[in-house]
Design a protein around this ligand. Structure first.
Ligand SMILES: Nc1ncnc2c1ncn2[C@@H]1O[C@H](COP(=O)(O)OP(=O)(O)O)[C@@H](O)[C@H]1O
Ligand SMILES: [Mg+2]
Length: 246
């Protein structure tokens, strides 16, 4: 059988169509702060798949001009970048301009984990990778229900990267605020990871191919943010970068 990651959007959509819809509201994994107009979880032959469909209202609320890239497209472009640099995020398909389907991971988001289970532990490398990614994509919605917590490996996994790639800089992600409070030796320690090397070596052309923004000011902002990470070596540097550009 074909690897699930190699399935086309059409094939994934077909699995959803013949899948069984799970009652999200009564499920243990009921979305903590779901804003997207339609959210459906399906049990399929290839595992649980999560469908999201955004509305005009969603775009208005997020002040995103759909013509320059819908929320679903932005989430998909972010996924393409994550996949290219080797950052683990749920495999995601763009079904149409406003619909995505992604693999549902059987782990809680950070909001659910901290409210019902316990304390999160972080790994500096993983935090560094996510923070570079969120900075580059200008993410402005990284609250604690927009990342999952893999409590076995003590890693966070970014989800819902839709609210991003706009012409301004992003906002300080929730996990960075939490990491700063710990402020141990890892905070100012020089980091160099496979993901950070891959991010730094991205050419302008490759970046534009992965993230085909239409609006010139959004394109310029992306390239500017990419340029900024060339000066970054530590988690502390990233936090300072956010604060300087507030
Ligand atoms: N791939 C996934 N695996 C597991 N849980 C997920 C996944 N994607 C979303 N969730 C859960 O569903 C919630 C809502 O999904 P999200 O993508 O954040 O939608 P919205 O755009 O509506 O905020 C998340 O806060 C999280 O709890
Ligand atoms: Mg969300």
């Amino acid at each position: 059988m074909k690897n699930i990651k190699d399935l086309s959007p059409k094939q994934i959509n077909q699995h959803v169509k013949i899948g069984t819809k799970l009652p999200l509201a009564t499920s243990l994994h009921y979305p903590s702060r779901g804003q997207t107009a339609i959210q459906e979880l399906y049990l399929t032959k290839i595992g649980k798949l999560f469908l999201k469909k955004t509305s005009k209202r969603n775009h208005q609320d997020c002040q995103v001009n759909e013509k320059n890239g819908s929320l679903a497209e932005r989430e998909y472009w972010c996924f393409c970048l994550a996949r290219y640099i080797g950052l683990n995020t749920p495999p995601l398909w763009l079904i149409d301009k406003n619909t995505t389907i992604q693999i549902w991971f059987n782990i809680p988001d950070a909001h659910i984990y901290t409210s019902s289970h316990g304390k999160m532990f972080f790994l500096a490398e993983n935090i560094y990778n996510c923070a570079l990614f969120d900075w580059l994509t200008g993410q402005i919605d990284r609250h604690n229900a927009n990342y999952l917590y893999d409590y076995i490996n003590k890693k966070i996994i970014l989800i819902d990267s839709a609210h991003s790639l706009l012409k301004h800089t992003g906002s300080l992600p929730d996990y960075l605020e939490k990491f700063e409070l710990i402020n141990d030796s890892d905070f100012s320690k020089k980091q160099q990871t496979i993901v950070s090397k891959k991010l730094l070596s991205l050419s302008k052309n490759k970046l534009e191919q992965l993230i085909p923004l239409k609006d010139l000011s959004e394109k310029k902002a992306l390239l500017w943010r990419h340029n900024q990470i060339k000066q970054i070596n530590t988690i502390k540097d990233i936090i300072e970068l956010y604060r300087r550009n507030k």
